[in-house]
Design a protein around this ligand. Structure first.
Ligand SMILES: [Zn+2]
Length: 467
């Protein structure tokens, strides 16, 4: 590992190595330092502890931050930067800036809740336990975010410029294309999270022809999404459950997944494949705000497939549930209904109250539509739990359980290989990040075998010269 600075471009991996969270890549030359993504480590405790480790460079020495997209594992550490004295700018696409305005304060709020819980249970060495950052810290970080236009060189100073290029995945997600002119021209592409070619509402990732270095995600490096007609599947679930007078509960992530499901329901209603009189309740304040942002950008963004417009996320029978009292009323419905609520992995939030009400009901259906991390209620249910604990009490699960893994915001290995095959010449190196080792290793093998490229799987804090 080189420590002395030769004047050329260097890259250090500060997160998303051998795991999917904590994306943070330090790119620097002799005169400036840039951070691509500023994500929070999530999940296992040993990873979350890294959120408290000091940065290898003081954040005051970092000139700018560039965010690929708004997901917390790519943006959620930024309030810590500002808290520690960062006074540069953070650049991202316009929708990413807007989504960060709802996601970062929510993340601060959750940190405070976790700290309060740790204090109550005596988990923490600190009394009271400290949040990594608070709601107010996150609010204080928002003025540092600036929107940058797509596909245009943007000068970051010190011989470095960048370009944001649509990546699919979620609204606002971009590839970050860096050009460094000192001491010679080098280009680096950071994939952030990459979308898929056959997503429900979004276009595929933009084709890139040539670059010197690639830093690419590998979440589904060893997986293929099942091929199924998602509209047929939802129509069947909704009609069967409604015929039993049951409720359809959908724990859903606020950004992206919620809007895809609203769109699927809309298309089924338009085709008269499901009854119009089944009300759809959107019971997540963050989901309501995110849906407004999706609607706002429906026509301005080339993220969306043709045919998506500002009406695509609007249902005549969509009821926005804002207050807790309204939320409680949903637990005593005597007619079929679709309830979309957070959190997506059932680790908290209003969905738990609905699960308490309808989990024991044979006629209702719980539909899992997203990734369920180890240790969450969602994973336990996916693994066949017949009863789960909610607010300290066991709740029997007699309802029908459906798991839909064919909707995902990430490309599978076919999508990734298709995108990589679009390059007209091999990069000097491709670094694979943002994946569990089994996924990353399998993708590395595929790239070596099929494309004959040089593949590197960096470890935490590894550093490379980009000569
Ligand atoms: Zn993401």
């Amino acid at each position: 590992m080189t420590k002395k600075h030769s004047g050329g471009l260097k890259l250090q991996f500060l997160g998303a190595t051998e795991t999917v969270t904590g994306s943070k890549f330090l790119l620097y030359n002799a005169s400036a330092k840039y951070m691509i993504d500023c994500g929070l480590f999530q999940g296992l405790k040993e990873l979350r502890l890294r959120n408290w480790a000091p940065m290898p460079v003081p954040v005051v020495d970092i000139n700018s931050v560039i965010l690929t997209h708004a997901h917390i594992d790519h943006s959620g550490y930024f309030p810590v930067f500002v808290k520690q004295g960062f006074r540069g700018r953070a650049y991202a696409s316009a929708p990413t800036v807007e989504l960060c305005k709802i996601l970062l304060p929510d993340s601060g709020f959750l940190q405070e809740e976790d700290a309060a819980f740790a204090t109550k249970k005596g988990y923490s060495k600190h009394i009271p336990a400290l949040p990594l950052y608070t709601y107010n810290d996150a609010m204080a970080a928002l003025p540092f975010l600036s929107a940058v236009a797509d596909n245009k060189a943007f000068d970051l100073g010190h011989g470095i410029s960048m370009k944001l290029i649509p990546a699919g995945h979620i609204l606002g997600a971009r590839f970050v294309h860096i050009t460094s002119k000192i001491p010679y021209q080098r280009t680096v592409l950071f994939s952030g999270d990459m979308g898929r070619y056959d997503a429900v509402i979004s276009k595929g990732p933009t084709r890139i022809k040539e670059v010197d270095y690639i830093v690419m995600e590998s979440t589904y490096g060893n997986k293929l999404h099942p091929e199924e007609n998602i509209f047929d599947r939802f129509a069947r679930i909704i009609n069967n459950t409604a015929s039993r007078n049951g409720k359809i509960l959908i724990p859903s992530f606020a950004v992206g997944r919620t809007q895809e499901i609203i769109y699927i329901i809309k298309k089924l209603q338009e085709a008269k494949r499901i009854p119009m009189d089944i009300p759809v309740f959107l019971n997540t304040p963050m989901g309501i705000n995110a849906t407004a942002i999706y609607t706002k950008y429906a026509q301005a963004e080339n993220f969306f497939r043709d045919g998506i417009d500002e009406d695509s996320f609007h249902l005549p029978n969509l009821r926005l549930v804002k207050t807790q009292d309204e939320s409680k009323m949903l637990n005593n419905l005597d007619h079929p209904a679709i309830i979309l609520s957070a959190s997506g992995m059932m680790s908290g939030g209003r969905i738990l109250h609905h699960l308490k009400a309808y989990g024991p009901d044979h006629n209702s259906t719980l539909v899992l539509v997203g990734f369920q991390a180890a240790g969450t209620r969602g994973r336990a249910i996916l693994d066949g739990a017949k009863s789960i604990k909610i607010h300290g009490l066991p709740v029997p699960l007699n309802c029908q359980i459906e798991s839909i893994s064919s909707i995902s915001a990430h490309g599978d290995y076919n999508d990734m290989m298709k995108w990589l095959s679009g390059f007209t010449k091999p990069p000097k190196k491709i670094f694979l990040v943002h994946g569990e080792p089994e996924q990353t290793n399998a993708l590395a093998e595929r790239i070596r075998e099929q494309l004959k490229w040089e593949v590197v799987i960096p470890r935490y804090l590894d550093e490379f010269d980009l000569d």
